[in-house]
Each structure stands twice: as structure tokens, then as C-alpha cells.
Design a protein around this ligand. Structure first.
Ligand code: UD1
Length: 310
């Protein structure tokens, strides 16, 4: 199939692009290099067409979807905390860009549109695990952007028959996650701090928990989404169904790195969620999904990857 991956030079997008190439698909990537890097696609550079452009730019979007059957829209400016500091940037990169890509896909006759949704849309409601039929309660501009995106997908399915599908990712981690900003994912920050002998920072008491999901699981969900016949117009969680606190994460990482598990405590971040855990029943039913790499294995691989780079 001819497939477009937006954000294909980024963390999740590059893993997905590699997997699609391995499966024999013809892959094009659209990336504005805000956080993506060509080096992430090194292993498949000769097999992938890379376009430089912004998903919120209708001309770049139209060029990218031309002749494509399936769009994977992975491009985003992630980070809840960044969106609290800069809501307009988050809105453009997450809501406007998604609407622009959807419109371009509709106009070009794209068949299927798969979207990188987020667990943040559930907000801080006390009930766990999170199921797709629970009412969303976004707490940050990032969560609003991601929710807006998935609502547009649903409506584009109803109005125009585009086969849309949102995968709500839960705290994805793994090789190539960029640790270079204070907004980076916590596992990339903790791992690189411990490897460099620095003290990681914990915001809050460290007892908040997440369903940390190794990137290969998310790739698996996406590959299944390529064909899943009953999933159109839906949103489903892609996660592991298990939650780990930050203190547990720090202990496990310290053991793997061979460091003392200490952290500097700072006040909890605004917009932060206390606990996050997925029910993955819908992904099982709709996609045939089950996690392929557990948390411990994923963490070990991640530490090894950062170790070889430090
Ligand atoms: C959120 C979403 C996730 C989304 C991601 C995009 C939820 C539950 N999850 O992740 O689906 O993909 O945004 O960015 O909303 N922390 C520290 N020290 C640090 C960095 C972070 O203690 O140095 C804490 C944060 O305050 C938070 C936890 O670690 O409590 C995880 O933070 P982070 O990795 O940024 O992800 P979320 O905000 O949970």
C-alpha cells in the first residue's frame, strides 16, 4: 500500500515508518523537523520519500497525501507541560494540523486515516481503568488539541465516509525519544539523568502512576489498524493495561543503570494527571491487539539504547 506517515522523522513516527517499510509498504513521510530528525530514519533512508513541510499548511498537506491510500497522522507537538506554557503552539500543531490533514485526505480520496490520540483526553477522573465510553475531561491545552483532533476524525467519518481511527496512546517510551528538553517524556529524562550521574527531578510526590507503553506496542496497534474492518469512526486505547508509579519507575531504572534511586522533589506540575491506566479490551476486540513487549523488557531496551548513545 502507499502510505503517508506525518511526523515520520520523530520518535513514534520513525518506528512506525520502519515497520511499514519492513512489511513491504511504500512509505512517504511529511515532517517539519520541529522535533523530528532525519537520522531517525537512517535504517530505511533509501526506501522512504521524505517531504519537508508543516501539517498545518494546506499546500504541504495536499502534496503529501497525493496518491496515498492510508494516512498515519503522528505529527504533533507533544507535552502537557509545554502546552500549558504555550497553548497557541499546541493548538496549531495538534488541532489545526489535524483538521488540515483530514481535509487534504478527504479531497485526495484517501481511504483510511489513523490518528495518534492521547490518554490525556480522559483527564483526572477517579475511575480506573480508562475506557473509551467514559466522558473525556481534558485538563490541558494539549489534551484539548488531541480531543479536538479525534472529534474531527469521527465527524469526517460520518460526513465523508473517510475510514478514520484514533489510537489513544498511553505514555509511550523507547529508543529515540528525545530527552533534550524539560518537556520531554519522563522516562527519557530519568534515564539520561541517571546515566550521566545527574539527579532526576520528580514533580509532586512521585506516587502518580502511568500506563507506560513501550513504542513497539504502539507500532503493533498501528499495523493492525491498517486493515481492521470494524474500527472505522472509533477511538481505542493502545497501552499495556498496567500502571507504574514514578517512584517504582525510578527504582527500576536505578537498578538497571546501577545508580542510587534518589530524586529532587519539586511541586506538582499544573495540568498534571494523578493516575492513568488503560482498559485495552476495545483494542483487543477492534484490532486484535495485545501488547507485544512488557514494561520491564521495554525499559531494559530503552536503557541500553541511551547507554550506547551517551
Ligand atoms: C501525557 C499523556 C500522554 C501523552 C504525553 C505527551 C497523560 C496521562 N498522558 O503524558 O498520553 O502522550 O502527555 O507528552 O496525560 N515528570 C517528573 N519529572 C520529569 C518529567 C515528568 O516527575 O522530569 C512527571 C510529570 O509531572 C508526570 C509524569 O512524570 O506526572 C509523566 O510526565 P510526562 O512523561 O511528561 O508525560 P504525561 O504528562 O503523563
Amino acid at each position: 500500500m502507499r502510505v503517508l506517515v506525518t511526523g515520520g522523522c520523530g520518535f513514534i513516527g520513525s518506528h512506525l515508518t520502519e515497520a511499514l517499510v519492513r512489511e513491504g509498504h511504500e512509505v512517504r513521510v511529511l515532517d517539519n523537523f520541529f522535533s523530528g530528525r532525519r537520522a531517525n530514519l537512517k535504517a530505511v533512508a533509501r526506501d522512504v520519500e521524505v517531504l519537508r513541510g508543516d501539517c498545518a499548511d494546506p499546500r504541504a498537506a495536499a502534496r503529501a497525501v497525493k496518491g496515498v491510500e492510508v494516512v498515519y497522522h503522528e505529527a504533533a507537538v507533544p507535552s502537557v507541560a509545554r502546552s500549558v506554557d504555550d497553548p497557541a503552539l499546541s493548538h496549531r500543531a495538534n488541532s489545526t494540523a489535524t483538521l488540515t490533514m483530514l481535509t487534504a485526505a478527504r479531497d485526495a480520496g484517501v481511504r483510511r486515516f489513523v490518528y495518534a490520540g492521547s490518554s490525556s483526553v480522559y483527564g483526572d477522573t477517579p475511575k480506573l481503568p480508562k475506557r473509551e465510553d467514559m466522558a473525556p475531561k481534558p485538563l490541558s491545552p494539549y489534551a484539548i488539541g488531541k480531543l479536538t483532533g479525534e472529534q474531527y476524525l469521527r465527524v469526517f467519518h460520518q460526513l465523508y465516509g473517510l475510514e478514520t481511527l484514533t489510537l489513544r496512546y498511553f505514555n509511550v517510551f523507547g529508543p529515540r525519544q528525545d530527552p533534550g528538553s524539560p518537556y520531554s517524556g519522563v522516562i527519557s529524562l530519568f534515564t539520561t539523568a541517571l546515566l550521566a550521574g545527574r539527579t532526576p527531578v520528580i514533580y509532586g510526590d512521585g506516587r502518580q502512576s502511568r500506563d507506560f507503553t513501550y513504542v513497539e506496542n504502539v507500532v503493533r496497534g498501528n499495523l493492525l489498524a491498517l486493515r481492521a474492518p470494524r474500527a472505522e469512526g472509533q477511538a481505542c486505547n493502545v497501552a499495556t493495561g498496567r500502571r507504574i508509579t514514578l517512584l517504582q519507575l525510578l527504582a527500576e531504572l536505578s537498578r538497571l543503570v546501577g545508580a542510587r534511586p534518589k530524586a529532587e522533589k519539586r511541586p506538582a506540575r499544573r495540568g498534571d494527571i494523578r493516575h492513568s491506566l488503560a482498559d485495552i479490551g476495545a483494542a483487543r476486540r477492534l484490532l486484535g491487539y495485545r501488547p507485544v513487549v512488557d514494561f520491564e523488557t521495554g525499559l531494559r531496551r530503552t536503557v541500553e539504547w541511551y547507554r550506547t548513545r551517551s
